[in-house]
Design a protein around this ligand. Structure first.
Ligand SMILES: Nc1nc2c(ncn2[C@@H]2O[C@H](COP(=O)(O)OP(=O)(O)O)[C@@H](O)[C@H]2O)c(=O)[nH]1
Ligand SMILES: [Mg+2]
Length: 238
């Protein structure tokens, strides 16, 4: 396995090096990996990573400096060389301590997906956001026929070959709604998926970029569109 860990960053200067170090500590010795940072920050997140890892070929940094979470992730994937992709938020919400067990599970499943809303999972934040997001995920599962508790965590390890013949430009648009479209196309491909419980850790520095109410509307609309047009996200020709 070669693992490409894609890290989109926006103003994560205060903890990004600690985060990358925590990732490296948790990758088993026998696993080859690369860390790909795609930085759009106004602060010096990308530059700090560049300086720290200038002699380390396993950490690549792209200073994109234009907003867009989903397009940043796609950019990282397009510049990756691994056969497996791991997507993570860079603020410790997604705890690198889970990486070893995700790698283990990826030997048996095409997709390994962190879940806040199954037995053992949790997210310690405003109750309104937790319940809203949990309920929204039930709506996603029902609307798209996905047997999944958490389609929007975005903490996911999958085989890169699953991206073959997907309309990646149409999937990776906007903010976190790409997760819903991606998992839907994976389901259409009959890929095997396992969810495992994750507990979100608190972000050590900086601020969340998610305006929950705004994104609830955007994600709901994306889910409805996927229900009716999702099949078009897979090209039938190649
Ligand atoms: N490259 C890039 N990363 C972003 C952008 N917006 C958010 N992120 C990153 O996306 C991840 C999730 O953002 P966060 O603010 O933690 O959202 P929350 O966990 O939903 O509160 C973090 O790693 C952010 O740095 C963006 O426009 N560009
Ligand atoms: Mg976060």
């Amino acid at each position: 396995m070669k693992l490409s860990i894609i890290l989109p960053t926006f103003n994560e200067e205060g903890h990004i090096v600690d985060f990358i170090e925590a990732i490296r500590k948790n990758i088993p010795e026998e696993v080859k990996y690369e860390v790909i940072v795609v930085d759009d920050s106004k602060d010096r997140t990308g530059e700090v990573v560049q300086e720290k890892y200038k002699d380390d070929l396993s950490v690549k940094v792209f200073l994109r400096k234009k907003r867009g979470l989903a397009t940043a992730i796609l950019y990282g994937i397009e510049h990756s060389s691994g056969d497996h992709i791991l997507l993570m938020d860079t603020d410790f919400n997604h705890d690198p301590a889970y990486i070893p067990r995700m790698i283990d599970m990826s030997k048996f499943y095409d997709i390994v997906s962190g879940s806040r809303y199954m037995w053992g999972g949790a997210m310690k934040m405003a109750r309104f956001r937790f319940l809203g997001s949990k309920l929204f995920n039930k709506f996603v599962a029902l609307t798209l026929g996905l047997n999944i508790a958490d389609a929007t965590a975005g903490f996911v390890l999958f085989k890169k070959s699953l991206l073959h013949n997907l309309d990646l430009k149409a999937i990776f648009q906007g903010y976190g709604e790409f997760c819903i479209k991606l998992v839907y196309t994976f389901k259409l491909k009959a890929a095997s998926l396992i969810e495992f419980p994750v507990i979100y850790k608190a972000r050590p520095t900086g601020k969340s970029k998610t305006n929950f109410t705004k994104y609830l509307f955007i994600y709901t609309w994306a889910t409805i569109k996927t229900r009716f047009n999702g099949r078009k996200l897979i090209h039938s020709t190649n």
